[in-house]
Design a binder for this molecule. Structure first.
Ligand code: BG6
Length: 484
């Protein structure tokens, strides 16, 4: 399918997300020849800036990360970009923007709202007033969409007055990662795993997104958000859905999303009286990262000295349906952890009767490890006979190392998702009902933490989180998979 001609309006064009993720992703697509020759990027911001000044600022902030790219490619990419001043409170600015887009009349218009959610509604209102909500216009809503169910519902209802649901792309960039796509391929493109992918054969599932970074420059935002809202409500629950959902009837967007919502609805609520037993919240203290000392969360810029915001969460979740009843899904995420790793681990049950001497480990012998970061891989662990004159078994693994197996360029998560918006593919975006259901599930945890007098458990920066996170597992006789 050839790429349609488009204009992409980047609200928040001077912001962190645009510079760190969106523009580099568009640049990669540009270099790969995936953008229509006439396609334009209209970056907007509230300050008056000329396009030349904006391009100059990209030279400082974006270009250094793209050293691999030849100067001609960068120059051609910059030629696609124009800066348009748009202050969300100034209707006149939207008139100018609409004129700029409508005069050229591209096939598709993408409006990417990479701004705080408080201005999503005023922006949509103005887009609609100026005619930028016709059927060829798609809007992309970045997370966080609201702060809780009520505020996210209010934003969704307001946006729905101006845009139909099939024009709204709620982005969760974890769904764009190659390994997540591969998880679908492994599950639904092969008959091998399906019979094993259920309570009879799976002992537990672990999903970890660990970051080595701290809150960096986002203290103000993060302190009012915390890890549960920032990572669990969206990324971790979406990954859980991809692991646990039933086979969709096709790859069509609603077949996949219909299966995901069933899982979200089947998640057992964690009631206030169970929060202490099934969840752990932590906050990092001073420690080390990359061999250097780093400050604790409370010493970071923009963080209240008595903040109780969590930078680490571990949860034992359960899915109440026939396939998964009784199988724990352990979720964990944190900042300033020992290393950057994101992975999904399926632990299969042990043999019912062992006739070989067993290696001394508590971990189940058969594990499927789907790694999303730092490198993408899928690894299946099992036991084989130790070579030589012995009957002992030894663990080994079958590796699907994508980088070495397939020597082709692979799109990053944002690039893949941006191209999907341009092509009008909604399958990897979050539907309104999914988002609401995810909020419904995390809210009792948030409320209980808020009312609790117990502060988050401290952990030293550069470790795997508070000891209580291991205790959450060991109560069930389980261990986190921590092979980095
Ligand atoms: C974002 C969170 O959604 O995901 C950040 O807001 C987090 O706090 C980031 O750092 C992690 O994404 P990735 O792709 O770098 O693992």
């Amino acid at each position: 399918m050839s790429m349609p001609d488009f204009d992409m309006v980047l609200f928040g064009g001077t912001g962190d997300l645009a510079r760190r993720k969106l523009l580099p992703a568009l640049f990669d697509a540009h270099c790969a020849g995936l953008l229509h020759p006439n396609a334009r990027i209209l970056a907007t911001g509230s300050h008056p800036l000329s396009t030349a000044d904006y391009a100059g600022s990209l030279e400082q902030s974006v270009r250094p990360g793209l050293e691999h790219a030849p100067p001609e490619a960068w120059a051609a990419f910059l030629a696609r970009i124009a800066y348009v001043q748009v202050d969300a409170r100034e209707p006149g600015h939207f008139d100018t923007l609409a004129r700029t887009v409508l005069q050229r009349a591209p096939e598709v218009v993408v409006c990417y709202l990479a701004t705080g959610p408080h201005i999503f509604v005023p922006i949509c209102e103005q887009l609609a007033r100026t005619g930028l909500n016709q059927r060829n216009v798609r809007i992309v809503l970045e997370k966080p969409l609201g702060h809780d169910l009520q505020s996210s519902d209010a934003i969704n209802s307001a946006v729905a007055q101006f845009f139909a649901e099939d024009q709204i792309y709620r982005i969760d960039h974890y769904l764009g990662k190659e390994s997540v796509q591969n998880l679908m391929a492994i599950r639904f493109g092969n008959a091998l795993f399906e019979p094993l992918w259920r309570r009879e054969w799976v002992q537990d599932v672990q999903i970890t997104i660990a970051e080595e970074l701290g809150v960096e420059t986002r203290g103000d935002f993060y302190d009012g958000t915390g890890a549960l809202r920032d990572m669990v409500q969206n990324h971790l629950l979406q990954l859980l859905c991809m692991v646990a959902m039933e086979p969709p009837t096709s790859l069509s967007e609603d077949s996949i999303r219909d299966e995901k919502i069933k899982i979200l609805k089947a998640l057992k609520p964690i009631l206030p009286q169970d929060v202490a037993e099934k969840t752990v919240r932590g906050q990092y203290r001073a420690g080390a990262a990359g061999g250097k000392p780093v400050p604790g969360y409370l010493e970071e810029k923009g963080i209240a000295a008595d903040s109780r915001t969590e930078t680490f969460v571990a949860i034992k979740a359960e899915i109440a349906n026939w396939r998964w009843a009784g199988v724990p899904f352990y979720l964990r995420t944190g900042k300033r952890m020992q290393s950057r790793v994101a992975e999904i681990v399926i632990h299969f049950r042990d043999v019912p009767h062992a006739i070989f001497p067993r290696p001394l480990t508590l971990s189940p012998q058969n594990r499927l490890v789907i790694r999303l970061q730092p490198e993408e891989s899928i690894r299946l662990y099992f036991l084989v006979k130790q070579p030589g004159d012995t009957v002992a078994l030894t663990p080994t693994s079958l590796d699907l190392d994508f980088a070495n197996s397939f020597k082709v360029r692979r799109a990053g998560a944002y690039e893949r998702l941006l191209l999907d918006v341009i092509r009008g593919r909604l399958g990897l975006f979050v539907r309104r009902d999914e988002q609401a259901q995810a909020w419904r599930w995390v809210e009792p945890i948030l409320d209980t933490w808020e009312e609790s007098t117990v502060p988050p458990k401290p952990y030293t920066a550069g470790t795997w989180g508070p000891a209580a996170s291991s205790a959450l597992m060991s109560r069930d006789g389980a261990l986190w998979h921590e092979e980095v």
